[in-house]
Design a protein around this ligand. Structure first.
Ligand code: ADP
Ligand code: MG
Length: 690
């Protein structure tokens, strides 16, 4: 150890593990595979579980099916081969004086060489039989003579994630020695915050690291986790604050508050009144658009809560101020739909609306299909086109907007719909088309608070927390595949009554091994079953003009049933469609199903969401019941976060998702809120100290 000043211990812990005795190049390579490169990494290597080795259970007292740690000496061992020497069982028989335990491993014949008769072995496993007592594939650890009991036995013993060639005991001993040697060097990262002890009642970071590896009690492990998680959250909040601050010192806002000359007539001819929830959000947006820093805001609103009209108002504020606006949507279908609606809404006001998608040529000004209906708005026949300068435009598109050809002169506002479908990088690419334009990102996936404060920590959040009035009730049912005939009869009845239906399949192509139905094949069946009602087919492999044709026919009511992949998950708005049938619903996340369900219940008629689950998966059905129980998007998102983790909830494209060793986004809201306050305190102190 050289070079580091005594009161700067962090660099010590930042040294590579190779400085530790016993860690040669081979071991260092193995540790690196576990992402352990520095001493600190090693001390933060989180045990997978703990074994209570203080009172090992005698073999005679093992219970069927109950996971347990026990110990015995090897009485016999051997490999049996069968099926012409292609399959094997390795068996190890342990005896502790009370009884014998048979441990079996299939097709791992080389295990024989790890054990010898007379070895003392600790095993952890679940008895699968008691006559004789048997465990299959238990975890084992051979007790080396002369080993320190205090590290490996007679205690709550950590069991670590390993990698090939790295022995559990060796790693445990390494952690033990490293702690002994460096414990005094583990300092508080932010001493001024006084995290240890009262009032937060947390251990110091040094104590936490010891408790993590060698706890005295079971509750120690959770105290340690909480302390180390808090450190992670504080660090993240510091970074968020720092980035936000440096953004605000760099970026001056474009004045986009508008003067109401477009919004007033827009609202007057809209055909409905904004809800209080929408009005409240608009007030927040206007404040941002007239503030000193560019807006960076996330607008959350459950499916059908009316985000589009709010986005339109926001666009009008920027347009009124003489700036251009870009709106990016994740699919062509959705971009087309926005284009239809917004053209109907805004062209009568003299605003030029453009569409740019992969299939529509750049810069080409489209006139909307007259078929595209915008509920409540007028037909747009007498456009007072003179009242606004022509260059004030709204450009709507897909990711095609990111491409080089799109170069708005005077971009004041970027709006991103269904933002979880885009990565942060794509969002920033579009923002960079202007000089610090305002940014509004919208999502219908309700974001649990924990994610709002971490993954989206750099954005301010607005929530539309109520649906427009007059919506029909949505009934949700989970059904097994055996009920399909009744389900179709029910759907046919709704078609007779004049309603329309979505039918969603998880895949486009031919069936996978699990009997996933193929949408293309199903299309033919469905056409036969539902004749004379017309069925349309929509999936990602269609050409854009084909997609558009199908959607137009569905909107117009010519096509009664739309068979689709989850393509229609986002944004599609057809009020007369009151049925959503999802096949193999167990393959979707809850939040995604909630989105799909959001396609219905948009008119006054009652709607029905029917989730078909493959007969086998009982567990999946239980999960799906959450949707039967609630239509509250937040509850559903929380459930999804707990069941499937943040990656699934936010979509795979979300790069920059913080990784935590100890923090748990599904459970640590309180810690995250604390970290946020503490990070603010740190910043205040830093300012005061200047
Ligand atoms: P989402 O928030 O899912 O994007 P949309 O913006 O597509 O929802 O709105 C759903 C439907 O509700 C649209 O047809 C829209 O015109 C309608 N709508 C929006 N706001 C209101 C309101 N205040 N009153 C009545 N209908 C509304
Ligand atoms: Mg929408």
């Amino acid at each position: 150890m050289t070079g580091a000043a005594p009161n700067q211990p962090i660099p010590l812990l930042a040294q590579p593990v190779s400085v530790l005795s016993g860690v040669g190049p081979e071991r260092a390579k193995q540790l690196a595979r576990l992402e352990i490169r520095t001493i600190e990494d090693l001390l933060l290597h989180r045990p997978r579980r703990y074994e209570d080795r203080r009172q090992l259970r005698p073999i005679a007292q093992l219970q069927f099916g109950e996971p347990v740690t026990t110990r015995g000496s090897v009485a016999a061992l051997g490999v049996k081969w069968y099926r012409k020497h292609t399959k094997s069982i390795f068996e190890l028989i342990l005896d502790d004086g009370t009884a014998r335990l048979h441990c079996r491993w299939w097709n791992l014949p080389f295990m024989e060489k790890y054990f010898a008769v007379g070895d003392e072995v600790i095993v952890f496993g679940k008895p699968v039989g008691l006559k004789p007592r048997t465990m299959d594939h238990p975890e084992t650890e051979v007790v080396e003579p002369g080993e320190e009991d205090v590290i490996h036995f007679n205690r709550l013993t950590p069991v670590y994630p390993l990698t090939e060639g790295l022995p559990q005991r060796w790693l445990r001993a390494l952690v033990w020695q490293t702690l002994a040697r460096f414990e005094g060097q583990i300092s508080e990262p932010w001493p001024e915050l006084r995290l240890a002890g009262a009032p937060l009642n947390l251990p110091s970071r040094a104590q936490a690291m010891r408790m993590l590896h060698f706890p005295e009690t079971v509750t120690d492990t959770e105290s340690a986790r909480r302390r180390l998680a808090l450190d992670e959250f504080i660090e993240l909040q510091r970074q968020i604050r720092h980035r936000r601050q440096s953004f605000e010192t760099r970026a001056r806002a474009l004045p986009c508050r508008g003067d109401n000359h477009l919004i007033k007539p827009f609202l007057a001819r809209l055909g409905f009144r904004l809800t209080d929830a929408q009005t409240k959000v608009l007030r927040e947006l206007r404040r941002d658009l007239s503030g000193p820093h560019p807006m960076r805001r996330l607008l959350q609103g459950d499916v059908g809560s009316g985000k589009t009209v709010v986005a339109a108002c926001c666009a009008l504020m920027a347009l009124e101020s003489g700036y251009q606006v870009a709106l990016m949507a994740p699919t062509e279908v959705l971009a087309e739909q926005h284009f239809g609606n917004l053209t109907n809404w805004l062209e009568p006001l003299g605003v030029a609306v453009e569409l740019r998608t992969g299939s529509r040529k750049t810069g080409e000004v489209q006139s909307p299909k007259s078929k595209v209906q915008s509920r409540g708005s007028g037909t747009g026949s007498q456009a007072p086109a003179s009242c606004i300068q022509q260059r004030a435009t709204l450009t709507i598109g897909t990711h095609a907007l990111i491409e080089a050809g799109f170069a708005p002169e005077n971009l004041g506002l970027v709006i991103i719909d269904e933002q979880h479908k885009f990565g942060v990088a794509q969002r920033e690419q579009l923002v960079r088309k202007g000089h610090y334009p305002h940014l509004l990102v919208m999502t219908a996936t309700p974001i649990p608070r924990t994610l709002g404060l971490t993954v989206y920590g750099e954005l301010d959040v607005s929530v539309i927390d109520a649906l427009p009035p007059g919506r029909g009730h949505i009934h949700t049912f989970v059904r097994g595949a055996e009920k399909l005939p009744q389900v179709w009869a029910f759907i046919r009845q709704r078609l007779v009554e004049g309603r329309q239906a979505y039918v969603v399949y998880p895949r486009v192509e031919e069936a996978g091994p699990n009997g996933v139905k193929a949408v293309t094949k199903e299309f033919e069946n469905l056409q036969r079953t539902l004749a004379p009602y017309r069925v349309g087919l929509l999936h990602g492999r269609l050409r854009p003009n084909e997609k558009e044709e199908v959607m137009d026919a569905f909107r117009a009511g010519d096509v009664k049933v739309l068979l689709a992949t989850s393509l229609i998950e986002v944004g599609v708005d057809v009020a007369n469609a009151t049925i959503m049938l999802v096949e193999n619903a167990e393959l979707f996340g809850l939040a995604q199903l909630h989105q799909l369900r959001g396609r219905i219940g948009r008119g006054a008629h009652d709607s029905y969401c029917i989730l078909m689950a493959a007969a086998k998966s009982k567990e999946a059905r239980t999960r799906l019941r959450v949707l039967e129980e609630t239509t509250d998007g937040f509850r559903i998102a929380e459930a999804d976060l707990k069941l499937r983790g943040p990656g699934e909830l936010l979509g795979q494209q979300q790069s920059g998702m913080p990784k935590f060793r100890f923090g748990d986004l599904a459970a640590d809201l309180e810690l995250i809120q604390q970290a946020r306050q503490l990070a603010a305190q740190l910043q205040d102190r830093a300012v005061a100290a200047r």
